[in-house]
Design a protein around this ligand. Sequence first.
Ligand code: ADP
Ligand code: GLC
Length: 486
Amino acid sequence: MALSVLSVASECFPLVKTGGLADVVGALPNALAPHDVAVRTLLPAYRQVMGKALDVERLLDLPDLFGADGRLLGARSPDGSDLLLVDAPHLYDRVGGPYLDATGQDWPDNAQRFAALSMVAARLGRGLLQGFRPDIVHAHDWQAGLAPAYLALFGGRRPATVQTVHNLAFQGQFPPRLLGELHLPSSAFVPESLEYYGQIGFLKAGLNYADRITTVSPTYAREIRTPEGGMGLDGLLNARGDRLIGIVNGIDMTIWDPANDPLLASNYTADRLDGRAPNKTALRARFGLDEDASPVFCMITRLSWQKGIDLLLDSAPYLVEAGGQLAILGAGDIQTEGAYARLAERHPGRVGCMFGYSEEIAHLLEAGSDAILIPSRFEPCGLTQLYGLRYGCVPVVSRVGGLADTVVDANDAACNAGVATGIQFFPVTTSALRDAVRRTLALHEDRDAWTRMQQNGMRSDLGWARRAGIYADLYRKLVEKGGMAT
Ligand code: ADP
Ligand code: GLC
């Protein structure tokens, strides 16, 4: 029998996206369908979501939802998957991003906004909507973390719950004075429940109360159990270690397909890599880079400390001196944007930057650059290296988290065995990144070895099919064991 899953998240491609979470939440429903798992995705009805959702219909009233009345809407995503939307204009109908206002500040009522999402998820889990009783409520990241907690704390029959950690660095902490307003009992404000260093911890709540915890790569699953990687939650994650599993993300092979991608200047396959050249020409034109024989390195990223963008800033002059070009697509921190803009000014024709968010440029960079740099300090999974592999854009990555799990380093043994797919470096320092750039440039000189590496990446198993099967098994086992199994 088909399993029914309610997936609860704050982002979902192509409706609303700030990063990889959206790609994963957007891809899972169609990936799980062949495994006989029917997913409905519950999202806030942000203004941008309402602009893109199809076949919107009103299903239920949600009176007094954290400050005013709301409604539950049914809808369809442009990719055909099934949506439920929490329509609460007082919480979500705004100009700005899902988490930040137009000036880059957190929305002051994020606690209420995402508690409302989680509360509606919990009520749906208990059968609020006639004809829909999910077997599993699957909460993604802190924004959905209260859903497993509400389900467990309010007693009675409930579905099994899964909490996925896409990034432990974002935990959703709010002052205890909000307990009552968030419908949380004061008895839950203890370290064994959802108290986290004097705050209400939304992610902590999910980690504590979910029947299973997943994260997005096996290496990250190990890293978050250590004091260095646990961001204060390693104790809890160790205590619940038997419930924690790392499953590497897949990519949507239809959206990210160099043979059919409509956003490219030219389509190509692993056998016709010369078809990449028009993309390189197009990206050079967009980024103001000289047209010559130099290899182009790109970076597609949120401009944040996690992503090691400061290390790249320090290494960039070396990269240019050694004969490379650099194209950066970055969104986020204004000061970092300024530093990169100055770097580009100092190296005209060699370094180009674009700031803001552009799906189109992201695709073009993967298709036209020779290598993608990902010097992350930590990386739960990372998707841009997977897109790089798929597009013959060789990933140059720090050996952390999902980057360690998805890129095969071009050391002598791997090259001799013909299995290399990229370059890894460690520790995550400027000098190690420089060495990695040097290695990359040397490898790029050896055309046969380079082509082999591109083709290995392009032919590797990157899609969701097998990985969605692991989620489907996890859901099934959980339901068979009645949710609360050990
Ligand atoms: P994270 O979720 O930590 O930001 P991932 O590598 O998992 O990192 O996912 C990032 C996703 O966001 C990818 O789909 C990537 O192409 C996209 N992305 C990141 N920055 C930009 C940008 N400035 N413009 C367009 N897409 C971007
Ligand atoms: C987070 C992580 C990233 C991961 C993505 C999707 O944003 O930072 O590593 O790929 O979630 O799981």
